[in-house]
Design a binder for this molecule. Structure first.
Ligand code: DX5
Ligand code: ZN
Length: 216
């Protein structure tokens, strides 16, 4: 069963409570929460305090995607919060902090996700694939909602699926960026387990619940 994770980056922040309630009353699987630092990506979004507020109005698992240059420090900002999965970017790490970031996320009791940008190939993260619960394949350059889906992401899903099968690993595959009815279907055909969708769901003419349903 595919998990649909609406990205609150595209929510209506003047009436966020309503959007959260609409997600609660829909087939939403997880809530995707994008943290941007204005350095790793050319945009700034929101941090732990708004996440905490959201978590008080929902029981849905919160899927935090940190697009920041200093994941080792930023993980600490979420300590004690109701995070389900915390996904960091492989490109923000070097040989010295890659494993420490993974360990720190785990020590906080969160599931560990690693994300790769469009220019990173999945085999570059081979050494950590037995240490993560999810791989997030970016199908746009991270930073903004509403961009066009990059089909190269589908080959990455195939590679990651083949690898997990061959090595008997259990990480989930998530895709993020430009997901709509059509691209979501393609991603699922390429073994994707979790579809993140921002503008498509929040701007769906018949509302959030109908938008989520149309992806299933
Ligand atoms: C982009 C974010 C996405 C964004 C997706 O950097 O990681 O989660 O909200 O937005 P859409 O679905 O509109 O492409
Ligand atoms: Zn995201």
């Amino acid at each position: 069963m595919t998990i649909i994770a609406p990205s609150v980056l595209s929510a209506n922040f003047a009436d966020l409570k309503k959007d959260i309630e609409d997600m609660n009353n829909s087939q939403t699987g997880w809530i995707h929460y994008d943290v941007m630092d204005g350095h790793f990506v050319p945009n700034i979004s929101f941090g732990p305090s708004i996440m905490k507020t959201i978590s008080e109005y929902t029981d849905l698992p919160i899927d935090v995607h940190i697009m920041v240059s200093n994941p080792l420090e930023v993980v600490d900002y979420f300590a004690g919060l109701k995070v389900y999965m915390l996904t960091f970017h492989y490109e923000a790490c070097d040989d010295n902090n890659l494993i420490p970031v993974i360990e720190k996320i785990r020590r906080n009791g969160f599931k560990v996700g690693v994300s790769i940008k469009p220019k990173t190939q999945p085999w570059e993260i081979k050494s950590i694939l037995d240490k993560v619960d999810m791989v997030l394949v970016m199908s746009v350059e991270p930073g903004f909602g509403g961009q066009k889906f990059m089909p190269e992401a589908l080959d990455k899903l195939d590679w990651l699926h083949e690898y997990r099968t061959r090595h008997q690993l259990n990480y989930l595959l998530e895709i993020d960026g430009g997901i709509n009815g059509e691209t979501g279907k393609l991603a699922v055909e390429h073994h994707c387990d979790v579809l993140v969708a921002g503008s498509y769901v929040f701007k769906y003419p018949e509302g959030i619940a109908a938008g989520v349903k149309s992806l299933l």
